[in-house]
Design a protein around this ligand. Structure first.
Ligand SMILES: C[S@@+](CC[C@H](N)C(=O)[O-])C[C@H]1O[C@@H](n2cnc3c(N)ncnc32)[C@H](O)[C@@H]1O
Length: 270
């Protein structure tokens, strides 16, 4: 089994995605989507951004490596009556099933960044975008003080070091790497732009219950808890994450969670 696929099929990312809908919709509103656009949403999960893209009238294909999330996306599109939105399995490192230059817009929000082989990912995203089309990525930023980078920092202290040659997904949050990867894929360096943006996680649960959702349903956090458990340290990890989530919680109601996190929004004009 491909370990990248196994990681994301573990647990149930839909349970975290529920807390990402509002910011997903707000982000899509910024993309200038119109009815005529053909959109590829890569690493789409269960459609947090794909469904809003389709609601704006675009013809949307969601591609994700996790079969459970593809099924959940197709189910959600059906429930919302979106015949212009479908989901299929695929790997961002090799999109052989998709033709060259076949999309006006390729969107990947915290998706393709998690695929291995980042140069292959950039090459595939450029290949399937039509000349004059756009790629928009949302990437978490390494060593950022906000939530997602801090979850990674805490979790990594409990997990064994990655294998030699491992390229951290977080390197997609460093502008120089982004430019290098898209330039190697044939895009012009001047047409790659990066801005910092905010994505807010919103849950009706308290921060402690929200951490528990990560522990039960989010593959990377599940793995961190497995590793911590083997050393008898799962309770320490839980406590550190609860403190982190509580410190970052901006909800006036302390029994609910509202946590803004900074990310790098990358736009490439192909
Ligand atoms: C953090 S989730 C984000 C999902 C969605 N874009 C969202 O904003 O809710 C990361 C997604 O990337 C997908 N993914 C990871 N590696 C992938 C790969 N090699 N090819 C395609 N999708 C991948 C995972 O299955 C998962 O759905």
């Amino acid at each position: 089994m491909n370990p990248n696929k196994a990681l994301w099929e573990k647990g149930d990312f839909t349970r975290i995605a529920e807390s990402m809908r509002e910011s997903g919709e707000a982000l899509v509103q910024k993309l200038g989507i119109t009815k005529v656009l053909k959109v590829l949403d890569l690493g789409c999960g269960d459609g947090t951004t794909a469904l809003p893209e389709a609601k704006l009238g675009a013809e949307v294909l969601g591609v994700d490596i996790a079969s459970n999330l593809v099924a959940a996306g197709n189910q959600r599109a059906k429930e919302h009556g979106l015949a212009n939105c479908r989901f299929q399995e695929g790997d961002a490192t090799n999109l052989h099933e998709l033709k060259d230059h076949s999309f006006d817009l390729v969107v990947s929000i915290f998706g393709a960044m998690f695929a291995p082989k980042p140069f292959d990912v950039a090459r595939e995203m450029v290949r399937v975008t039509r000349p004059g089309g756009r790629i928009v990525m949302g990437n978490w930023i390494p060593n950022d003080p906000t939530l997602v980078s801090q979850i990674l920092r805490i979790s990594s202290a409990y997990t064994p070091p990655p294998p030699e040659g491992f390229v951290s997904p977080m390197t997609w949050g460093i502008e120089s790497h982004v430019v290098e990867r898209f330039a190697a894929a044939g895009a012009s360096k001047e047409k790659v732009s990066c801005v910092r943006d905010t994505f807010t996680f919103i849950s009706a649960s308290s921060p402690a219950v929200y951490v528990d959702n990560f522990r039960k349903y989010y593959g990377p956090t599940m793995n961190a808890f497995d590793a911590a458990g083997q050393k008898g340290r799962a309770a320490d990890l839980q406590k550190e994450l609860e403190t982190l989530f509580e410190q970052h919680n901006k909800s006036p109601n302390k029994n609910a969670t509202l946590i803004p996190a900074t990310f790098l929004r990358v736009t490439v004009v192909v």
